[in-house]
Design a protein around this ligand. Structure first.
Ligand SMILES: [Zn+2]
Length: 678
C-alpha cells in the first residue's frame, strides 16, 4: 500500500474515533477515555493534516474552530419558515388549546418538552455532512452562523449510525449557554471591564453572533435539538419517533421530554418541569406541548402566525421591577469590593429577592443606576439576582449617583484600584470581612467540606477569639466548641471529628480552600493532577505555570505571588505542623488508590454522595470505562458503561457490595432520582 494511502486511512480512522468520543462526551455525557487520551488523538490528527494538507476534510473534528473571522454574516432564507409558537400563561388557556385540538381531530397524544431559553437555530445537512447553520432571524431569513455553530461539539459535523445515506436533512434546536458557563463568562468579563450579560440567553445570542469563531468556541455553548424539519426519504410518523431518529443520527435530545396522553398528564408534566427549573444547568422559561402525530399536525395546520398543533406554556416571569433602596458595599474573600443593590423585597418566580449584585463601580456607572431608582431585576436559575437596568422615566430627579467610598467599610483601611483593573479592593489581609470570607470558603462544600462549620459557627469562633486563620481550625478543642451558643457534647464531638476527617484532604480541595486569587475549583483540579503535592506546586516558577494549558499568565502570576509571600509560607507551615496534608490519592482510607465507576441509579444514596464517599476514603472516581478501573458499581438501569465493563472483564459490584467496601452511608446523604426516557 502506498504511504499516502496508509496515512489517508489513519486520518480517516482518527476522525471516526475522535467524533465517536466527541459524541460520547458531549451528547451522551458518558466518556470512555480520559481528556488526555482524547487530546492525544486530536493532536495526532492535526499533525497528519498539517503535514499533508490533502488529507484534511471539511467535516474533520480539527476543523470545528477553523472558520476565519468575518465582517458580517450572510443572509440565509429558510426553505421551511421557522414559525413561532403561540404562548399560554395558565392551565385554563392550555385546556382551551386542548379543546380546540379535540374539536378538530379528536383525542391525541402530546409530547411535552422543556422550553429552553436560548437561541433558535436551523442546521442543514447534505450527504450526511453539516452544510449550513443559521439563526432563526425573523423566521424567513436568518444569518449564516455555520462557522460558530460548528464549534459546538454536541452538533454532529457528520451524521452517525451509518445513516449518511439519509442525504439532505434539516433539524432545528436551541443553542444555549449552560448556567455554569454563563457565570464564568460574566466573571471574566467583569474582570476585564467588559459589560456583563444580563442572562444566559443574551450571552448565548451574543456568542453565536460573534464574528470571530474562536471567541464563540471559547464560550462553551451547547444545543438541544427538537425539530426534524425536513428529510428526504421515510419521514417518521410521529414527533416522538423523529426525536428518536435524530438521537440515532447523533443529535443531542433533551432527556426530560415525555409523551403524555390527555391534558391532565400534560399539566402535571408542566408542573414537574417548573419545579425542576432551578436544578437544571440551563434556563427553561416554559414547556412546549406538541401534538405527536405528524398526520394530525398537518390536519390541524397553521394560523397566519402560529401552528395550531403546538403551544408554549410559559412559566412565571423571572424579572420584575422594584425600588432600589440603597447600594451597599460588600467585601469579598480576595478583598474585592462589590456594590450590592438593596431592593424593596420582590417575589420573582417564587423567590423573594431583596439584594442583587451590581458587579463593580463601572457597571453601576454604565447602567446608570441611581439610588432611589425603579429598576428591572432578573433572576436566572441559581445565579445571583442582577439589576438589568433602571427605568429612568420613573425618576423624580432626586436620585443620587453612587460613589465608591475611599475606605473599606469593614476595616477602615483605604481601598485601592490599580490602573487598568476594574475591581476596587481592600488589600488589608487582616480585614475582618476578608478573614470571615476566607474561613467560610475554606470550610465550604467545594473546599474542605467541613460538615458543621457553617458561617454562624465561624462568626462565633472569630468573636470569641478562638480562631484567627484557617490553620487555627485544626487546633480547636471540644471544650472550645462547648463555649459556643448552640453546641452540646454531641454536636461538638461531631464537628471535631469532621475537622479530623478534613486533615487529610484531596489536594484539589485544599488548593481551592486556600483562596489563591484566580484559582477556583477547575484550576485547583488542574494543578493537583499536574503537581500531586503542595510542595511541588509551591516551587513551580511563574513561567512553568503559565506554560500549562488552561492556565493564563494572570493566574500563573497570582499563584507564584501567593507562594512567595512570607505570610502564606508561614500559614502553610502552620498547617503542615498541625498535620494537615494534601492526599496524593494512594495513602489512607478504606478504598485507598482503588478506582470506581458508577453506572445506573443507586437506591440508598445519590451518585454525588457515593462519589464523595469514594474520594473521602482515598479512592478515585473514574469518568469512563477503562482497564484501570477496579470496580464498576452498577445500580438499576445501568447504561452502556455496564456492557463495556463486562467486555473488559472489570469486576462489577452491586450497591451492598460497594458499601461493604466503602463503609456505611454517611448521615444526611439524601437520594434524588431523575428518571429519563432516553
Ligand atoms: Zn477591609
Amino acid at each position: 500500500m502506498a504511504l499516502d494511502e496508509t496515512l489517508r486511512r489513519r486520518a480517516e480512522l482518527l476522525r471516526k474515533e475522535i467524533e465517536e468520543h466527541n459524541y460520547r462526551y458531549y451528547v451522551l455525557d458518558s466518556p470512555t477515555i480520559s481528556d488526555y487520551e482524547y487530546d492525544m488523538l486530536l493532536k495526532e490528527l492535526e499533525r497528519l493534516e498539517k503535514g499533508h494538507p490533502g488529507l484534511a476534510t471539511p467535516d474533520s473534528p480539527t476543523q470545528r474552530v477553523g472558520g476565519a473571522p468575518v465582517s458580517e454574516f450572510a443572509e440565509v432564507s429558510h426553505r421551511i419558515p421557522m414559525t413561532s409558537l403561540d404562548n399560554t400563561y395558565n392551565p385554563d388557556e392550555l385546556r382551551e388549546f386542548h379543546a380546540r385540538v379535540i374539536k378538530a381531530v379528536g383525542e391525541v397524544e402530546y409530547v411535552v418538552e422543556p422550553k429552553i431559553d436560548g437561541l433558535g437555530v436551523s442546521l442543514v445537512y447534505e450527504n450526511g455532512v453539516l452544510l449550513c447553520g443559521a439563526t432563526r432571524g425573523d423566521g424567513r431569513t436568518g444569518e449564516d452562523v455555520t462557522s460558530n455553530l460548528r464549534t459546538i461539539r454536541s452538533i454532529p459535523l457528520r451524521l452517525r449510525g451509518g445513516k449518511e445515506q439519509i442525504g439532505e436533512i434539516e433539524v432545528r434546536g436551541e443553542v444555549y449557554l449552560p448556567i455554569g458557563k454563563f457565570k464564568s463568562v460574566n466573571e471574566e468579563r467583569g474582570k476585564n471591564g467588559e459589560p456583563v450579560f444580563a442572562n444566559p440567553r443574551n450571552a448565548a445570542a451574543g456568542s453565536i453572533r460573534q464574528l470571530n469563531p474562536k471567541i464563540a468556541a471559547s464560550r462553551g455553548l451547547d444545543i438541544f435539538t427538537y425539530t426534524l424539519a425536513d428529510l428526504r426519504g421515510d419521514f417518521p410518523k410521529t414527533h416522538y419517533e423523529s426525536l428518536e431518529l435524530m438521537k440515532e443520527l447523533g443529535f443531542r435530545i433533551n432527556p426530560l421530554i415525555r409523551k403524555c396522553s390527555g391534558m391532565d398528564e400534560v399539566l402535571s408534566r408542566c408542573r414537574e418541569l417548573e419545579e425542576m427549573r432551578d436544578s437544571l444547568d440551563y434556563e427553561i422559561d416554559g414547556a412546549v406541548i406538541k401534538v405527536d402525530s405528524f398526520e394530525l399536525q398537518k390536519k390541524l395546520g397553521l394560523t397566519s402566525k402560529h401552528p395550531r398543533w403546538a403551544v408554549a406554556y410559559k412559566f412565571a416571569a423571572r424579572n420584575r421591577t422594584t425600588k432600589l433602596l440603597d447600594i451597599e458595599i460588600q467585601v469579598g474573600r480576595t478583598g474585592k469590593i462589590t456594590p450590592v443593590a438593596i431592593l424593596e423585597p420582590v417575589n420573582i418566580g417564587g423567590v423573594t429577592v431583596s439584594r442583587a449584585t451590581l458587579h463593580n463601580a463601572e457597571e453601576v456607572e454604565r447602567k446608570d443606576v441611581r439610588i432611589g431608582d425603579t429598576v428591572m431585576v432578573e433572576r436566572s436559575g441559581d445565579v445571583i439576582p442582577q439589576v438589568v437596568r433602571p427605568l429612568p422615566e420613573m425618576r423624580s430627579g432626586n436620585e443620587p449617583h453612587f460613589v465608591m467610598p475611599g475606605a473599606c467599610p469593614e476595616c477602615g483601611k483605604p481601598l485601592s484600584k490599580p490602573v487598568g483593573e476594574v475591581d476596587t479592593r481592600c488589600t488589608n489581609n487582616s480585614c475582618p470581612a476578608r478573614i470571615l470570607w476566607r474561613l467560610k470558603h475554606f470550610a465550604s462544600r467545594d473546599s474542605l467540606d467541613i460538615e458543621g462549620l457553617g458561617p454562624q459557627t465561624i462568626i462565633q469562633l472569630l468573636d470569641k477569639g478562638l480562631i484567627e486563620d484557617i490553620a487555627d481550625i485544626f487546633e480547636l478543642k471540644r471544650q472550645d466548641l462547648l463555649k459556643l451558643e448552640g453546641f452540646k457534647e454531641k454536636s461538638a464531638g461531631n464537628l471535631i471529628s469532621s475537622i479530623e476527617k478534613s486533615r487529610n484532604a484531596e489536594l484539589a480541595r485544599l488548593l481551592n480552600g486556600l483562596g489563591i486569587r484566580e484559582v477556583g475549583r477547575f484550576t485547583a483540579q488542574l494543578l493537583s493532577s499536574r503537581y500531586k503535592t503542595l510542595e511541588a506546586l509551591s516551587s513551580a516558577t511563574e513561567e512553568e505555570l503559565a506554560g500549562i494549558a488552561g492556565i493564563g499568565p494572570k493566574t500563573a502570576a497570582s499563584i507564584a505571588t501567593y507562594f512567595a509571600s512570607d505570610e502564606n509560607v508561614a500559614l502553610l507551615k502552620k498547617l503542615s505542623d498541625l498535620g494537615v496534608s494534601a492526599r496524593k490519592g494512594t495513602c489512607g482510607g478504606r478504598l485507598a488508590g482503588r478506582k470506581f465507576l458508577f453506572t445506573g441509579s443507586l437506591e440508598s444514596i445519590s451518585r454525588g454522595d457515593a462519589e464523595k464517599l469514594v474520594t473521602s476514603q482515598g479512592g478515585i472516581v473514574a469518568s469512563g470505562v477503562s482497564k484501570d478501573v477496579d470496580y464498576v458499581v452498577a445500580g438499576s438501569d445501568p447504561g452502556s458503561k455496564y456492557e463495556k465493563a463486562k467486555e473488559l472483564g472489570i469486576e462489577i459490584i452491586g450497591e451492598s457490595e460497594f458499601f461493604g467496601l466503602a463503609g456505611p452511608v454517611p448521615n444526611g446523604s439524601k437520594k434524588q432520582t431523575q428518571k429519563t426516557l432516553f
